[in-house]
Ligand binder design. Sequence first.
Ligand code: AMP
Length: 188
Amino acid sequence: MINLVLFGPPGAGKGTQAGSLVEKYNLYHLSTGDVFRYNIGQKTELGMLAKSYMDKGDLVPDEVTIKMLKSEVEKQPNAAGFIFDGFPRTVAQAEALDAFLAEKGMKMDHVLALEVPDEELVKRLLNRGKTSGRADDATEEIVWNRINEYNDKTAPLKHFYEDQNKLRHIDGVGELSEIFDRLVEAIG
Ligand code: AMP
């Protein structure tokens, strides 16, 4: 079993690279953003709650997100491992994930941090917004709020995983195939 976290700011390419990694390693791709968007589409209570934060570019509260993540993992008892994409985003989430994996006799193997400069992220997200229809990709103000949320609440997590000697820095700029090769090399 391998469990990976794809770590990085919005627009770093986590979702795209997760798609390729899933094929190579036969892992289950768990994107918390995708699960929230699915719930928004289904107009569930969770979806409505998440939407009120997501549309502004704010993080959904930890308690709600952690509960949802655990229930998604429990739905996949036969998975050969997970790619966590967009989770954890806070230290509280990372601590909850470690405890939860330990309870299940699992552990995190690698945390792969895709590094992309902020200006490039803004360009990518606004560009994606032209076709994605995502409210949180629509304006420069919301996009910057998401990047600021990342820098304030998520980037400090790098220390958490550095202390566990699990963090690998990956240059997230270049051709998709080059970035993929860097990820594969880091997984080893
Ligand atoms: P993403 O698709 O990963 O860019 O996530 C889109 C939005 O969903 C984020 O801007 C947050 O509002 C929310 N979200 C996704 N994952 C998390 C998380 N782990 N913690 C809190 N909010 C999250």
